[in-house]
Design a binder for this molecule. Structure first.
Ligand code: ZN
Length: 529
């Protein structure tokens, strides 16, 4: 049995074909977080995937925010499934149950904790050697504590406590339990690219909670077992206790993935016995792009026994999809649909990200070609069409006919890091700002114009013309350390500097000792020019 977790940062990550992506991940149970799909946005393509049954949790508040989903292969159909941790959202048969003691929470708190679409629980039967056992899979997207919203810190800790209570109750009632997803806290210094930059690293309440939830293998070797508070094992660390640089999340805002300046906040936790007796291997997949997180997978020795039909929470019973058959025509139709408009952003700036960047495209192309190699004619037919479109997006196809080679050259010389997004939290001078990268957006504009321009040409030529007529941005200075052209950014945060422009080193963010990473060059663009 193989299980995978991935914060996909929007279901659009699957836009090359959700079935192909799921198949390429190759797991029986695939848990995704931050779908940004709310009930109003759920479409048939995301909900009904041939060969899988799926379970969604939706934010009840904002549209296009948060959300988790679990996709199970038909050979891994769960026996029970439910949304949320509290049981308050469950008014149907086939729920998982074992809610635990909620006396530490008010009714209102419980309601709010399950209001943001952060948990899906599926319950499976597995065959371990000769016995049939139950494994409950809790797919979570734990809240992120926004430093500017102190009330969210408390919310995050309450979510952790509720999660722990549910997981431990299920365990106590005799099920194995896997808790996996985006936990939004790195555990140890080894799980963080620059722990010395964090004030009171060990005192962070999220880390303290992880210490209480998890067993500490190092402690257990030299100290009596009663010191091991937690009942769960961080399975990646169990298999790779000393591996450094094993990160699952990088800021796309600063291009930090290029220097592996990241954190490990996506986990597969399992109860001690399951981790030690059934898990065969766990690893991260940093090579898989398309999101600011990478997938994490775990392989277990036990094999899944599917239920004969999906439990009532399955999306196949939703009224708008019920009774529809799996048809080949669905695959053939979907490539002709226009991509959905960008979904509304997350609730705060720190979570806002660009979804279209070159990493996405690379990722899609990788998956496309990998899947194509292993697929037969019917899917090749659709995917080759998609790949053609993506290539057109990625680079100008008809350069020589269009006179667009100049545009291509400008793109190359801009030196903007490929995943430089429109936002940045901090610059080298210690100013904390939210800014937009004009270089990035103009590059993207050029790509889009290139993609949409008439193959016989006048638009491409007029682009070059207009670029020569209109004033472009001021020429960039060179940064002091690398001597390379800087990127121009604009302060977007409200305040006295809003709208002002400045230059910073164009390189991706990295550790302060990494000479290849962004230097601390910073210069305002003079006003009045
Ligand atoms: Zn530099």
């Amino acid at each position: 049995m193989k299980i995978t977790t991935w914060n996909i940062n929007g279901i659009r990550t699957f836009r090359c074909g959700i079935k192909k992506t799921l198949d390429a991940l190759g797991a029986d149970i695939i848990c995704v977080q931050e779908t940004k799909v709310t009930r109003d946005l759920l479409d048939e393509r995301s909900a009904i995937v041939d060969g899988y049954n799926s379970y969604f949790s939706f934010s009840r508040g904002r549209s296009g925010y948060s959300g988790v989903a679990t996709y199970c292969k038909d050979s891994a159909t769960p026996f029970a499934a439910e949304e949320g941790l509290t049981g308050l959202l469950t008014n149907h048969e086939g729920a998982v149950g074992c809610y635990g003691n909620h006396s530490a929470f008010t009714d209102e708190e419980l309601q709010l904790l399950d209001n943001e679409g952060r948990a899906i629980i599926t319950q499976h039967k597995v065959k371990c050697s000769d016995s049939i056992q139950t494994v409950t899979v809790i797919n979570v997207y734990c809240p992120r504590a926004d430093p500017e919203k102190p009330e969210r810190k408390q919310f995050k800790l309450q979510f952790y406590k509720l999660l722990q209570s549910r997981a431990e109750t299920l365990l106590k009632k005799g099920s194995h339990v896997i808790v996996l997803g985006d936990v939004n806290t790195s555990h140890r210094p080894i799980d963080h690219c620059d722990p010395s930059e964090i004030d009171d690293f060990e005192d962070n309440p999220g880390r303290k909670w992880l210490n209480s939830f998890l067993r500490d293998e190092k402690v257990s070797e030299s100290t009596p077992e009663f010191l091991q508070d937690g009942q769960f094992v961080d399975t990646f660390r169990f298999f790779h206790p000393t591996r450094t640089g094993a990160f699952t999340c990088w800021s796309t805002l600063t291009g930090a993935r290029q220097t592996n300046y990241g954190t490990r906040i996506d986990y597969i936790f399992a109860n001690d016995q399951l981790a030690k007796e059934q898990f065969a291997e766990v690893d991260i997949m940093p090579e898989v792009e398309g999101s600011d997180h990478c997938p994490v997978w775990g392989a277990l020795r036990c094999s899944l026994l599917p239920s004969s039909k999906p439990p009532p929470l399955s999306t196949c019973y939703l009224p708008e999809f019920a009774g529809k058959q799996q048809k080949l025509s669905r695959f053939l139709v979907k490539v002709e649909q226009k991509p959905r408009d960008p979904l509304p952003g997350s609730q705060d700036e720190g979570e806002r990200r660009e979804n279209i960047n070159t990493l996405d495209t690379k990722r899609i192309l990788n998956i496309d070609s990998a899947v194509q190699k292993s697929k037969k004619a019917k899917t090749v037919k659709t995917s080759s069409k998609q790949q053609g479109n993506l290539l057109a997006f990625f680079k100008p196809k008809n350069e020589k006919h269009l006179g667009l080679s100049e545009v291509g050259a400008q793109q190359k010389s801009s030196k903007a890091p490929p995943n430089q997004d429109g936002l940045l939290k901090q610059d080298g001078s210690g100013l904390v700002q939210e800014v937009s990268s004009q270089i990035h957006s103009s590059t993207q504009d050029e790509q889009q114009r290139t993609q949409t321009s008439n193959p016989h040409g006048s638009k491409g030529a007029s682009l070059v013309f207009w670029k020569s007529v209109l004033h472009g941005p001021p020429p960039p200075p060179a940064c002091k350390v690398h001597g390379e052209p800087c990127v121009l950014r604009t302060v977007k945060k409200e305040g006295p500097n809003m709208g002002r422009q400045f230059f910073v080193c164009a390189r991706p963010q990295g550790h302060s000792t990494n000479k290849e990473a962004r230097c601390n060059f910073f210069a305002w663009v003079d006003r009045g020019k």
